[in-house]
Ligand binder design. Structure first.
Ligand SMILES: NC(=O)c1ccc[n+]([C@@H]2O[C@H](COP(=O)([O-])OP(=O)(O)OC[C@H]3O[C@@H](n4cnc5c(N)ncnc54)[C@H](O)[C@@H]3O)[C@@H](O)[C@H]2O)c1
Ligand SMILES: N[C@H](CO)Cc1c[nH]c[nH+]1
Ligand SMILES: [Zn+2]
Length: 804
């Protein structure tokens, strides 16, 4: 039960608490969202998060907070939302992933709370603070509390803020009243038969922090801070009535606090407090020793040393263990968590760590037989989030960019890319500093790749096509460049200059008038990689937008103060990028098309018993390393169990050597091997999956290309790794994923063009088709259409006299 009533705060919660400090004894607070905005709630949590166990928010209306606000509040210490609308509650759970126990939903006249303080709060238990004084609080305790003692006293457990038991005492109605009113430890002495104000004679006083009732309301718990002469609770001058506490973290903290006040000059602790460099060095030394410790003794020894120096640092800076615990609690309350990757300078060592190696050693692609249709269908399902879930995240971003333009871009760069930008756009000629670090060897490799891509895409330029459908009726079709194109170059988990050239070169070949690049800024300096800048310069890009994700797509689709609005957006990206592209292409206001949905990379390899297992493994891994949401599939035609095992081993061995093994491990978790009975069956499954990349490592691979219907790009034969197409062979690597190879082509020259048709009809031609035009127009009841032909044919004398 904890505390029978919950105070409801509408305005100025802190000033209420300042006026009536006993309000915090309840350990809980409910804040009214219609009266307190997000910032006021966060402010309250930061002030009282360490004092109150339950800080909830009452949302009477689902329009009060955006989904992002809800997540932000839960991530910043709000424990529970009290809701009245069940539909809204289930949306928060299903679409945003709010855990059900973080919502208390009104059912009849009761809010059922299941988080931390598990309790049913009846509407009458929720009391506006304006109506709460110490008498009301006392009364609410007394009316809920019961006792089976003949003297009518209440059993009271006294604990400190670390929940260590100090002793067992008794309370009377009057002592509770006084304790609440003064916020100090007041009890009832059975021996003296009188009210007992703790510390009045011994000097060991108590600050009262909170009062709790146990689950069946027949005992009290007072949480106190023991203060005064020697801070002991017991009359025998020990910390508790059960003797001294074991000297653990709380004891060490107390000792260090005393030493800080009066450590003998020249003592080691005094040196630590006065020499921050020494303290820092010791913390690093002990942390390293802990990482090297192996058995239980060593680990506890080294951890104790590290805690000692860490606590010394806390005490030196007036930070308490309780502050640390509040921080831990806040982190525990978060519903979205940081990835938790180590900083790069610590990564090298951790890559060698045993646990990672063990993870790779247990790596295994799930294996199925093609007859097991249900498992095969599951295995071929892409690991993507539901569009509606993604759209919920992406829509507010698009709206914000439409409304606030460049300001929103700067905001998102800080939020998602961790960098504070002054300007989100750089203009050609790009500043020299953007090319720093580009080596001549790299330039050479990029030049070679650009040249091959240029050759292959220039060959795709089609001359005007002309056909005389009837004598005197000439129809033609010619291509024209799309004027302004926006090219998205991904940059989240990897920098992809190759994508810059795969998009930039065909745009240049097609002669688009304006080419705009967009790519997420680097966290280190807010720039983009010099390789991407070089390609932007080589293909004649006018601007580089330093933005990633949905915000970059929105900026190019609608334009901002400094980003020009483009006619078409092209390029791959993660699910946010792809969802935003799908959104803007459907928005008539944007008047902007897209190339295709090109999301997380994927590969399907078809191999047979003769395939080289190392080649097969390397091709699977080259796409698996792209991202945790990538997927790789192997279709093995009549593969023996031994061969499957060899491939699994090769995958493990190669993964061990890869720097991105953590990504690979996650990708392999939703990737698989399917053993098929024939080549025909393998191609049937492949066409059904419609992979972005299809690699054929089978005998006489070229003969099987005829069986391919759905695929972004095909890599034929054992010596054609997919990486060649990713970088340098000449084909484009921006390809349809998610199975969209069923209806979309990969990027090619015509992706940057549109076709215009033309016709020219001579008098002879009019004579040949004019009657057909007139009769169809007549059937459609469109006389003006018919007239346009009739007038001409009459003047040419091609119609009989009196023709109507
Ligand atoms: N299909 C293809 O042709 C092809 C080619 C190259 C790359 N790819 C794929 O492109 C993808 C690149 O993804 P990436 O993440 O590395 O880079 P990215 O540039 O696509 O995305 C990074 C951006 O995502 C946004 N973002 C990140 N977390 C967010 C969140 N929680 N809410 C809103 N926005 C958020 C940020 O703005 C960030 O700048 C990979 O999946 C890769 O496989 C596909
Ligand atoms: N394989 C990716 C397309 O899915 C493209 C790429 C870029 N760099 C390396 N690979
Ligand atoms: Zn790739």
């Amino acid at each position: 039960m904890v505390f029978p009533i919950i105070p409801l705060y509408s305005q100025n919660p802190s000033s209420f608490i300042n006026e009536r400090p006993y309000l915090t004894l309840t350990g809980q607070a409910l804040l009214k969202a219609s009266q307190l905005d997000k910032d006021a709630i966060k402010q309250f949590v930061s002030e009282y998060g360490s004092t109150l166990t339950l800080i909830s928010v009452l949302i009477e209306n689902s329009a009060l907070f955006s989904d992002d606000d809800i997540v932000e509040l839960l991530n910043n210490g709000v424990t529970t939302f009290f809701l009245q609308d069940a539909t809204y509650a289930s949306r928060l759970v299903e679409e945003i992933g709010v855990p059900t126990d973080r919502l208390a939903l009104l059912e009849g006249s009761v809010y059922k709370n299941q988080f931390g303080v598990k309790n049913d709060f009846k509407l009458q238990d929720i009391v506006p603070v304006e109506r709460l004084d110490s008498k009301v609080l006392t009364q609410s305790i007394l009316s809920s509390l019961r006792t089976d003692r003949t003297d009518g006293l209440y059993t009271t457990l006294v604990v400190d803020t670390s929940e260590r038991c100090l002793g067992l005492v008794y309370s009377s109605k009057e002592s509770i009243e006084q304790a609440v009113d003064r916020k100090v430890g007041v009890y009832y002495s059975r021996s003296r038969k009188e009210i007992w104000i703790k510390g009045l004679t011994s000097g060991n006083t108590q600050k009262l922090v909170s009062i709790q009732l146990d689950c069946d309301a027949d005992a009290l718990k007072f949480v106190v801070v023991q203060e005064g002469r020697n801070s002991s609770f017991c009359h025998l001058e020990t910390e508790s009535c059960f003797g001294q506490f074991k000297h653990g973290l709380a004891g060490l903290e107390k000792l260090l606090q005393q030493r800080k006040l009066n450590a003998p000059p020249g003592s080691y602790t005094s040196r630590l407090f006065n020499d921050p460099a020494l303290l820092t060095a010791k913390i690093k030394e002990e942390a390293e020793e802990l990482t090297e410790a192996k058995d239980k003794n060593e680990l506890s020894w080294e951890a104790a040393d590290l805690f000692y120096f860490a606590l010394a640092k806390l005490v030196a800076n007036d930070v308490s263990l309780s502050d640390v615990e509040t921080n831990l609690h806040m982190k525990h309350l978060k519903i979205t968590r940081r990835k938790g990757d180590a900083k790069p300078k610590f990564v090298e060592k951790s890559q060698e760590s045993n646990s990672e190696v063990q993870l790779v050693e247990s790596l295994k692609l799930a294996t199925y037989k093609s007859e097991d249709k249900e498992s095969v269908n599951k295995a071929l399902t892409r690991p993507i989030q539901r569009t509606s879930q993604i759209m919920h995240l992406v829509n507010p971003i698009i709206d914000n960019v439409k409304k606030n333009g460049d300001k929103a871009l700067v905001e998102y760069a800080a939020k998602f890319d961790g960098v504070q930008l002054k300007n989100s756009v750089i203009e050609s000629p790009f500043p020299e500093e953007f090319f720093e670090g580009l080596t001549p060897e790299m330039k050479e490799s990029l030049d070679l790749s650009m040249e091959n891509v240029r050759k292959f895409h220039a060959a795709q330029l089609i001359d005007t096509m002309q056909v005389e459908t009837q004598p005197g009726v000439v129809c033609s079709r010619f291509a024209r460049p799309i004027e302004k194109v926006g090219l998205y170059i991904p940059g989240g988990t990897a920098v992809l200059p190759s994508t810059a050239l795969m998009l930039g070169i065909p745009a240049q070949v097609a002669q688009c008038r304006e080419i705009v690049f967009a790519s997420p800024p680097r966290k280190s300096d807010g720039k983009i990689s010099p390789e991407v800048a070089y390609i932007a310069q080589q293909v004649g890009a006018s601007k580089i937008v330093l933005a990633g994700g949905a915000q970059a797509v929105a900026a190019m689709a609608y334009g901002t103060e400094s980003v020009p609005k483009v006619d078409k957006i092209l390029g791959p990206g993660n699910q946010f990028v792809t969802a935003a592209k799908m959104y803007v292409q459907n928005d008539t206001q944007a008047l902007c098309s897209i190339d295709m949905p090109a999301g997380p990379s994927e590969v399907l390899v078809v191999c047979d018993e003769d395939a080289d297992v190392d080649f097969v493994a390397s091709d699977l891994l080259s796409q698996a390393e792209h991202g945790v949401d990538s997927q790789v599939i192997l279709l093995g035609v009549q593969l023996s169990e031994r061969k499957v095992e060899q491939i699994q081993t090769a995958v493990r061995q190669q993964t061990l050597q890869l720097p991105r093994k953590d990504i690979v491990v996650k990708c392999i978790a939703h990737s698989s091997i399917i053993v098929c009975n024939s080549y025909e069956e393998a191609f049937k499954i492949s066409n059904q999956y419609a992979p972005e990349h299809l690699i054929l490592q089978i005998k006489e691979a070229a003969n099987y290309v005829r069986l391919v219907n759905n695929a972004g790009s095909v890599f034929v034969g054992a010596y054609t790794p997919e990486s060649c197409g990713d970088y340098s062979s000449g084909t484009n690597h921006t390809l349809p994923t998610y199975g969209y190879a069923r209806q979309y082509s990969g990027v090619n020259t015509s992706t940057f063009q549109k076709y215009v048709t033309a016709q020219s009809v001579s008098p002879q031609g009019l004579d040949n088709i004019g009657r057909a035009v007139m009769s169809v127009a007549q059937v459609e009841g469109l006389d003006a259409h018919r007239n346009a032909v009739k007038i001409r044919m009459s003047k040419l004398g091609l119609l009989p006299e009196g023709f109507q």
